[in-house]
Ligand binder design. Structure first.
Ligand code: PAF
Length: 280
């Protein structure tokens, strides 16, 4: 496994593989890797000749400076895990390599980024689109892998690829959960044992809400989820929306769309967690 820090060197190494007609898969990450990332990487390794994993904590997607400062940076442990997973290249540039000058591009994602994460984290998806497009230009992957935990991010990346006409196939990989149901996230590292247990109520409640589908209106289901989670002292719901899986716009009736997803953001004390559930 090679650890590469410069785009120029990455390009040389990947060109040699491309000349041998090898397919290239990319897993973009911000490091602090866990089993959720491992699922992305395993799928990438299985489906491509060469797997590149990028590890880069992208400053332009953080709207909260404390969140950026506190984001775990564990490159050594990340590389040890990636080596075991048979990754070929870790691309771990520093900030100047990816942003030699400020990226002033402003994307227009229509209504896709006006809701949920986009509403509560202004500028976040513009930053995601900036870095993911730069990674796609640098790696030129055939396929790129993203987790369904960041459901809205997947929609944004797909839309960006369409707008910029980047020839890459976007592959969505299902959420990996702890036994308790808690969705794996790098942010879980900041939870105490007790908080971790409480945070597992988020998915337990989402799962219960799916059982209520037949009996309850969308509005009542929303109330059920928000009230049940807020009942736990350490938890506070920032938003819970039941949306069309493609447009990400809220629905009001279960018959409104063939693909319906519940998306949630919850503060577990000072740690912000997101999760989602596909209802149909
Ligand atoms: O999902 C993430 O970890 C990040 O948003 C990504 C896609 C690596 C871009 O920085």
């Amino acid at each position: 496994m090679e650890i590469i820090k410069s785009i120029a060197l990455l390009d040389d190494v990947l060109n040699a593989f491309r000349n041998e007609s090898k397919s290239i898969g990319l897993v973009p990450t911000m490091g602090a890797l866990h089993e959720g990332h491992a699922a992305l990487v395993k799928r990438c390794v299985a489906e491509n000749d060469i797997t590149v994993v990028s590890v880069f904590v992208n400053p332009t997607q953080f709207n909260n400076p404390d969140d950026l400062r506190l984001y775990p940076r564990t490159l050594e442990a990340d590389c040890a895990l990636l080596e075991k997973l048979d990754v070929d290249i870790v691309f771990a540039p520093d900030v100047d390599e990816m942003y030699p000058e400020p990226d002033t591009r402003v994307f227009d994602f229509g209504m896709l980024d006006k809701v949920m994460e986009g509403r509560f984290r202004p500028g976040h998806f513009n930053g995601v689109a900036q870095i993911v497009s730069k990674l796609f230009y640098a790696v030129k992957p055939d396929k790129a892998y993203f987790g369904e935990k960041d459901f809205q991010q997947l929609a944004i990346v797909r839309e960006m690829v369409k707008q910029l006409q980047i020839p890459v196939e976007i592959i969505a990989v299902p959420i990996v959960r702890e036994q308790s149901g808690l969705a794996l996230s790098s942010r879980n590292m900041r939870l105490t044992e007790q908080q971790r247990e409480t945070a597992s109520e988020i998915f337990k409640t989402l799962a219960r809400s799916a059982d209520l589908l037949e009996k309850q209106s969308v509005e009542d289901t929303k109330k059920f989820v928000v009230n049940s989670i807020n009942n736990h002292e350490a938890l506070s719901v920032e938003y819970f929306e039941i949306v069309d899986g493609d447009t990400l716009q809220s629905i009001t009736d279960w018959d409104d769309s063939p693909c319906i997803v519940g998306c949630i953001a919850v503060f577990c004390e000072d740690v912000r967690l997101i999760d989602n559930i596909r209802y149909k």
